[in-house]
Design a protein around this ligand. Structure first.
Ligand code: CP
Ligand code: NVA
Length: 310
């Protein structure tokens, strides 16, 4: 049996594969807009989604994607499974592999996904961990490509990150390393991204720049993106973070420094008034609803790619 193709980090796909996925996502999006919701790629095969953190977009877009590919979605909260009662991952993984054709998982520690994948004979897809959110960045790149001249233009667009150096920024750094686009980041002191991910990305892409101010980061950017001050699991730090992130809100003045026609992205859920103003979310520059929709299309393309047809 061939080795399963996992998608745990953005680096698990090559540049050519990412471009293929983005182009296929656009095709699937167009087909769906024309009324074709029924593909028979999965031929009734089940895919499991496991969650140990909350979700709206990921949960629903993956379930739609699995169903529209002709599969069957099973969803479990990890708290209901034997995993959280201590069943070894190596057991859980091999058992699930006997039932399903793919495992989509949202969890805290990414090392546990890696362990799960090691024992799995079916593809494991990262639906967010403390460290990364690759499906989201794939959807974000589709959105940027739609607004800014297509997939081949991505390498020459300037991306800017404002805020927390958490799972989203870690993933943007990996995407920048693969696509080669300029990425300017402005993070509050003490909130830089993962050091190893940052160093590796910078060693591969000299156009990644750590900026001293949010203005410097936003200036001339084609895409301005941010995320909440306190990600899931960090809620206890909320009050401290509100202070530490002062000045790291994307508002109309900051967007005004970006390039003409710049796009605002946010993975959502947002906290309007904290990391971004309502005015920016509701502005013509904002692509957040397309971005959320695009999760569905990229995940359909991804599942179609990693789970071969029968
Ligand atoms: N952006 C995102 O992953 O949203 P959910 O947490 O609602 O799935
Ligand atoms: N950084 C956020 C992303 C949510 C989709 C979190 O981990 O909560």
């Amino acid at each position: 049996m061939p080795e399963p193709r996992h998608f745990i980090t953005f680096r698990d796909m090559s540049l050519d594969e990412h471009k293929l996925l983005l182009r296929r996502s656009a095709e699937l999006k167009a087909e769906r807009a024309a009324g074709n919701y029924r593909l028979d790629h999965l031929g009734g095969r089940p895919v499991i989604m496991m969650f140990s953190k909350n979700s709206t977009r990921t949960r629903v877009s993956f379930e739609c994607a699995i169903n529209e590919l002709g599969g069957h979605a099973i969803v479990i909260n990890m708290g209901d499974s034997q995993w959280t009662r201590g069943e070894p991952l190596s057991h859980t993984s091999r058992v699930l592999s006997r039932y399903v054709s793919g495992i989509v998982i949202r969890h805290t520690k990414e090392a546990e996904l890696v362990e799960l994948a090691k024992w799995s004979s079916v593809p494991v897809v990262n639906a967010l961990t403390d460290e990364r959110h690759p499906c989201q960045v794939l959807g974000d790149l589709l959105t940027a490509a739609e607004r800014l001249g297509g997939v081949d233009a991505l390498a020459s667009r300037t991306f800017c990150w404002i805020g927390d150096g958490a799972n989203m920024l870690n993933t943007w750094l990996e995407a920048a390393a693969i696509f080669g686009f300029p990425l300017k980041l402005a993070c509050p002191e003490g909130y830089l991204p993962d050091r190893a991910i940052l160093d590796r990305a910078i060693s591969e892409n000299s156009r990644i720049r750590i900026c001293k101010t949010v203005s410097e980061a936003a200036e001339g950017a084609d895409v301005v993106t941010t995320d909440v001050f306190a990600s899931m699991g960090f809620e206890a730090e909320k009050e401290k973070r509100l202070k530490d992130f002062k000045g790291f809100r994307v508002d109309s003045a900051l967007m005004g420094l970006a390039a003409p026609g710049a796009v605002f992205l946010h993975c959502l859920p947002a906290h309007p008034g904290e990391e971004v103003t309502d005015e920016v979310i509701e502005s013509p520059a904002s692509a957040v609803w397309d971005e959320a929709e695009n999760r569905l299309h990229v995940q359909k393309a991804l599942l179609e790619y990693v789970i071969p047809a029968l």
